[in-house]
Ligand binder design. Structure first.
Ligand code: 5AD
Ligand code: SF4
Length: 454
């Protein structure tokens, strides 16, 4: 049986996709890149913005067409959109299976059943905000533990979930409604999993949580977890995403200084620089409180690399509010920022209570403007690397042709990242994928550092 697997969305989804892929491989399925020859099509979906859902719907439209000639193909939609739309998705002609994020351990058996009986099946939590029963969390943990080291991951790298769900209820965000309540995994299970990954050759782990710095298991905090993970031999780099800028435990910064394996990289979304908008977003901090955290981080870890997220065009965002966001971006000196146009999500408080009153043209304009401000900052920061040597974990061959490709026709270009998550492109042999190399930086753009292995 052949399976075609497509994934949309964040790192959490990539991890789920890997887990699902491995569970299908172990059950004897093969993978295909050709949708036309698949017996089953699995789609891991994202609901964070409307655009992500539109892409899934367009793929489903394509599948509806394919099913006209091959009606026996089983199409399974899983993840956030499956949870959000539940049975409604089953009424789509192309869809056979709707499976929520907490039900992914059942996906193999659902698909097998649907192939056998050519039926439609749903497995989603009816009340996702209801705290999981211990046996359900155990089942997810076992699934995670059994299928962790993914074949198609970047070489020597793995994601490890430390928390599920979110309780912050930012007013624009669908995550608490599709991923359920915040729950931290037991430290012993996380450690056992990372030890297993280390034994299989993993050198970098990225600890994942929607608000990873709020990790807490009884009295055991995220900083405690960093100290424990750093004791595991052969894990050379520990990264973590994403941080929430409230109640930030400074011991996390101290861990970055104390522990050479904890990467000095902080992804800490601000979302807006206007206190009025932050309040409407229910973020629970002011712009100056946010900046205090960044200042504290830099005081304790002077060379820390900071990245942020922003939403432009949130309901009620005036030019003046947007100017405050620009000012924050200028002050924060991010290494890079992810910028999104506000997208109303059904069921969220912002969508229920606030009109989406910033016109799309204005959202687009603000997006472009903010990106330009950040690009200038990124370009300056990146320039400061010229002449320096950085340690890079090699990901593999660079997919895109890069700036300085023209003069070197037959050499393969590699791409990798530094501990601070800077992207580095350089010439080298593809068998360096998964290895650490030192690269002398000779050139820099706003997005990329270029250099030579030394
Ligand atoms: N519209 C636009 N951007 C959003 N994000 C989350 N929800 C929305 C939304 N409704 C952005 C936030 C978050 C990132 C993952 O996606 O910036 O940090
Ligand atoms: Fe969404 Fe806010 Fe939770 Fe992040 S912290 S997942 S933005 S609700």
């Amino acid at each position: 049986m052949k399976v075609f697997l497509r994934s949309f969305g964040c790192q959490m989804n990539k991890l789920d996709t890997n887990l699902v892929a491995n569970s299908f491989l172990q059950a004897g399925f093969e993978f295909t890149e050709e949708i036309g020859e698949a017996d089953a099509v699995l789609i891991n979906t994202c609901s964070v913005r409307n655009h992500a859902e539109e892409r899934v719907l367009s793929l489903l439209g394509h599948l509806k067409h394919i099913k006209k000639t091959r009606p026996q193909i089983v199409v399974a939609v899983f993840g956030c959109m499956a949870q959000r739309l539940k049975e409604d998705l089953l009424s789509h002609e192309a869809v056979n299976i709707v499976c929520g994020p907490l039900q992914i351990p059942e996906l193999v058996s659902l698909v097998s059943k649907a192939i056998e009986k050519n039926t439609k099946l749903t497995a989603v939590s009816n009340d996702i905000r209801h705290k999981s029963l211990p046996e359900d969390s155990d089942r997810l943990d076992d699934f995670e533990y059994s299928y962790d080291s993914a074949e198609d991951n970047l070489p020597a790298q793995a994601y490890v979930r430390v928390m599920r769900g979110c309780d912050k209820f930012c007013s624009y965000c669908v995550v608490p409604y599709v991923r359920g309540p915040e729950a931290s995994r037991e430290p012993a299970k996380i450690i056992a999993q990372i030890k297993k990954l280390a034994d299989s050759g993993i050198k970098q782990v990225t600890l994942l949580g929607q608000t990873v710095n709020s990790y807490r298991y009884d009295n055991f905090t995220f900083a405690d977890l960093l100290y424990e993970v750093s004791k595991i031999n052969s894990i050379e780099w520990i990264k973590f995403v994403t941080c929430y800028p409230k109640n930030f435990d400074e011991r996390i910064f101290k861990a970055m200084v104390d522990l050479p394996t904890v990467c000095r990289y902080l992804h800490i979304p601000a979302q807006s620089g206007s206190d009025k908008i932050l309040k409407a977003m229910n973020r629970g901090y002011t712009c100056s409180q946010y900046l205090e955290i960044i200042d504290k981080a830099r005081e304790i870890v002077p060379d820390i690399a900071v990245a942020g997220d922003f939403i432009v065009g949130f309901p009620g965002e005036t030019d003046e509010d947007f100017q405050k966001t620009i000012e924050l971006v200028e002050k924060a000196q991010y290494k890079n920022c992810y910028i999104f146009k506000y997208s109303p999500r059904p069921g969220t408080r912002a969508d229920d209570k606030l009109a989406d009153d910033v016109p799309m043209e204005v959202k687009k304009q603000r997006n472009i403007e903010l990106l330009a401000v950040q690009e200038k900052i990124s370009a300056e920061l990146n320039k400061s690397f010229i002449g320096k040597t950085v340690k890079v974990l090699v990901e593999g061959a660079s997919k895109k042709a890069h700036l300085d490709k023209a003069d070197k026709e037959n050499v393969s270009q590699l791409i990798g990242r530094t501990a601070g998550d800077y992207i580095v492109v350089f010439d080298g042999s593809e068998n360096l994928a998964g290895q650490f190399v030192n690269v002398n930086i000779t050139k820099a753009s706003a997005l990329t550092l270029f250099g030579q292995i030394n």
